[in-house]
Design a protein around this ligand. Structure first.
Ligand SMILES: *Cc1c(COP(=O)(O)O)cnc(C)c1O
Length: 403
C-alpha cells in the first residue's frame, strides 16, 4: 500500500486544475496585484455564503485575529490597543496564533479549560470565572472585555451559551474560524454568530490558498471600516493615516485561487464528513480509543482520536513505520509556552487541556482519500491496538516478576 499523508494538496490541485489555472491566468492578464477585482469578489461571495454584511480580505488568519482585536479596542475603548488589565478569555488548546493575537493587541489572555468531549472551550468554566469575579470588580483592576472561542478541528463551540454569557457581561465575541470554514451551528454559519469571525486561507485549511491568506466577517459597519483602515496602514488615505496600522492586505493572486477553490468547499466538507464517517464506523469499539463527535455540521478540519493509557506516541510511531502519517494538534497547551508564561492568566488548573495534549492524535483526513485507503488506515490501527493489549499484559507480568 502506498504512503498515506495527512493531506495531499497536489491531488486537490489536479481535481480543480482548470478552475485554478484559469483564475491565475486572468490575474497574469490584468496585473492588478494589490486589491485587484478578485479580492472584492471573494469578499462579496463569502459574505453572501456566511450571511453577514461585511467580509474583509486579510493577509493571514493570524492578522485577521490581530486586526479584529485592534479594531475592537478602538471601537469599544477608544484606544489603539487593549492594555494588560484587559482580559480576553480563550482556550489554551488551540494554535499559538489565537493567544498570540491577544498579546499583540495589548490584552492578557485568560485561559479557561476545555470540554474533554469536544476539545472546545467550556462555557461553564467561563461562567464560573465571571460569576466569582464580578463581585470582586471593585477590588480588582483587571476585567474581562471579550471572548475568543475557537471552533477546533472544525466543530462549533456551544455558541448560544457563549453568546448568552457575552450579553450578560457585555463582552465582545471574536470567533476563531480558522479551522471551520463552512461549519454550522444551529442553522447559522460559523463566523456569523459572534461580533466578528476570523478565517484563515493557509494552504492546509479546509479552504486554503497557495500561500497565506485570511478574512474577517462581521455585521458591524464600524468594525468593518476600522479593519479596512488598519489593513492599509491605518487610514482611509494611506498618505494621511489615523491609527497604527499594518500592511495586511489579502493578495489578489491568493484571492483568485481561493475564489476558484471556493466553488468546491461544500463538496469537500461533505467529503471530509464521509472520511470521518468511515473512520468512526471502522474504529468503533476498539479498546483504548475515544472517537470524535459525529455531526453533520462538523467540517472535520481534523479527525482527532484520543489514545488512552499513554499509548499515543507509540501508535503514532508505529503508524509512521507503516507509511501512515498522523499529527498531534497540539503537543503543548498555550499556557505552558514561554511566550505566555508571565503574560497570561489562568482561571484554575487546566486539567482537561493538559490531558488532551498527551492523548490526541489526528488521522489523515484528505477529502480525496479513497474508502479503501481509509479502511487500510483503520486496519493498521486495529492491528496495533490489539497487539498492544497482549504486550501490555506481558509488561504487567514482567514488572510483577521484578518486584
Ligand atoms: C491556522 C490557525 C490560525 C492562524 O491562521 P494563519 O492563516 O496560519 O495565520 C489561527 N487560529 C487557529 C485555530 C488556526 O488553526
Amino acid at each position: 500500500m502506498k504512503k498515506i499523508p495527512m493531506l495531499d494538496l497536489r491531488l486537490e490541485y489536479e481535481y480543480m486544475k482548470e478552475d485554478i489555472d484559469s483564475a491565475i491566468r486572468t490575474c497574469l492578464e490584468h496585473q492588478k496585484w494589490i486589491l485587484g477585482p478578485e479580492v472584492k469578489e471573494l469578499e462579496d461571495k463569502i459574505a453572501e455564503y456566511l450571511n453577514v454584511k461585511h467580509c474583509i480580505g486579510i493577509c493571514s488568519g493570524t492578522d485577521a485575529l490581530v486586526l479584529s482585536l485592534r479594531a475592537l479596542a478602538i471601537k469599544i475603548k477608544g484606544e489603539e490597543y487593549w492594555d494588560r488589565d484587559d482580559l480576553i478569555i480563550t482556550t489554551p488548546f488551540t494554535f499559538t496564533a489565537t493567544g498570540d493575537a491577544i498579546l499583540r493587541a495589548g490584552a492578557t489572555p485568560l485561559f479557561v479549560d476545555i470540554d474533554p468531549n469536544t476539545y472546545n472551550i467550556d462555557p461553564a468554566r467561563i461562567k464560573e470565572y465571571l460569576t466569582q469575579n464580578s463581585q470582586l470588580r471593585t477590588h480588582n483592576s483587571t476585567h474581562v472585555v471579550g471572548v475568543v472561542p475557537v471552533h477546533l478541528y472544525g466543530l462549533s463551540c456551544p455558541m448560544d451559551k457563549i453568546m448568552a454569557i457575552a450579553r450578560k457581561y457585555n463582552l465582545f465575541v471574536l470567533e476563531d474560524v480558522a479551522q471551520a470554514f463552512g461549519g454550522i451551528y444551529k442553522g447559522r454559519k460559523l463566523g456569523s454568530i459572534g461580533t466578528a469571525g476570523a478565517f484563515s486561507f493557509f494552504p492546509a485549511k479546509n479552504l486554503g490558498g497557495f500561500g497565506d491568506g485570511g478574512m474577517v466577517s462581521t455585521d458591524d459597519d464600524e468594525l468593518a471600516e476600522l479593519i479596512r483602515m488598519l489593513l492599509k496602514h491605518g487610514g482611509k488615505d494611506k498618505y494621511n493615516v489615523e491609527y497604527i496600522g499594518y500592511n495586511a492586505r489579502l493578495d489578489t493572486l491568493q484571492a483568485a485561487i481561493v475564489l476558484a477553490k471556493f466553488k468546491y468547499i461544500d463538496e469537500f466538507n461533505e467529503r471530509r464528513r464521509k472520511v470521518a464517517e468511515i473512520y468512526s464506523k471502522e474504529l468503533a469499539g476498539i479498546d483504548g480509543l475515544v472517537l470524535p463527535i459525529i455531526s453533520a455540521f462538523h467540517v472535520y478540519h481534523q479527525y482527532t482520536i484520543r489514545v488512552l493509557r499513554n499509548k499515543r506516541d507509540e501508535l503514532k510511531e508505529r503508524l509512521q513505520r507503516k507509511g501512515i502519517s498522523s499529527a498531534i494538534y497540539y503537543p503543548l497547551p498555550l499556557h505552558k509556552m514561554k511566550v505566555f508564561h508571565e503574560k497570561c492568566k489562568l482561571v484554575s488548573h487546566l486539567i482537561e487541556a493538559e490531558k488532551a495534549v498527551r492523548e490526541v492524535l489526528s488521522l489523515p483526513v484528505e477529502p480525496l482519500l479513497t474508502e479503501k485507503e481509509i479502511t487500510h488506515v483503520c486496519e493498521i490501527i486495529k492491528e496495533i491496538m490489539t497487539n498492544d493489549k497482549a504486550q501490555i499484559l506481558n509488561k504487567v507480568q514482567m514488572t510483577k516478576l521484578k518486584w
